[in-house]
Design a protein around this ligand. Structure first.
Ligand code: COA
Length: 195
């Protein structure tokens, strides 16, 4: 039987203690297409630190009892590095940026992903941010690791009110499964104005 999941917006001073569990989740879930992330503990420590340190950061945890089985994150866009903010040529003002949403496969399909968006949008709104955004990797349709039954999340995001932001693209580098060094990927930004 799959345990009931509770979603909790984690208080800022409790985020740091959950980062090792979030790193494990990211490494487990992002092996899947389209991320194909090999996983790098050193990168994870450096990358995730912003959620413990940046003012306004949020971590929404999905808990089965006290076990973290999923999480989603966010941070004011201004706290992100240049590679993320560069496509926002009019500046980062007013934008709240969503990081990952990861959930172990056995807990999917019960509304946790929808809850992740609702909780992060409520957090952004409470801090006075009128707009939220995130980015996704673009992979070619004929990518050799694309599963035959792969369904992109586009419709899920559109139903949440998001659409691609015209002209907002950036290149990010990580090491794919089967690669011996990192390679650049094209990222596309999506966003919305909160109702
Ligand atoms: C994205 C993710 C967190 C969604 O979690 P979830 O709890 O299964 O999502 P929900 O049950 O709330 O489903 C929400 C909707 O998305 C759809 N959906 C969920 N996962 C999907 C998937 N992998 N592919 C296509 N559609 C999906 C559902 O059909 C549902 O449709 P609705 O809008 O009509 O209700 C989860 O699938 C996951 O961890 N995926 C791998 C990591 C990932 O891709 N993260 C997103 C970018 S960082």
């Amino acid at each position: 039987m799959v345990a009931a999941i509770e979603l909790r917006t984690v208080p800022p001073d409790a985020i740091a203690a959950l980062l090792p569990a979030l790193a494990e989740l990211r490494i487990a879930v992002f092996r899947e297409f389209p991320y194909l992330y090999e996983g790098d503990a050193t990168y994870e420590r450096a990358y995730l630190r912003r959620y413990a340190e940046a003012d306004g950061a949020v971590l929404v945890g999905a808990f089965a009892g006290e076990r973290l089985v999923g999480a989603s994150t966010g941070v004011p866009l201004s706290a992100e590095p240049d590679e993320v903010t560069a496509p926002f040529r009019d500046g980062t003002d007013g934008w709240f940026y969503f990081g990952e949403s990861v959930l172990l496969p056995e807990h999917r399909g019960h509304g946790v992903g929808v809850g992740f968006f609702a909780a992060r949008e409520a957090h952004a709104r409470a801090l006075g941010f009128p707009r939220t955004c995130f980015c996704r990797v673009i992979r070619p349709d004929d990518h050799p690791r694309r599963p035959a039954d792969y369904a992109p999340l586009d419709d899920f995001w559109r139903r949440r009110g998001y659409a691609p932001l015209p002209g907002h693209r950036a290149s990010m580098t990580w090491q794919d499964l089967d690669e011996s060094v990192g390679s650049a990927k094209m990222m596309e930004f999506w966003g919305r104005t909160l109702p």
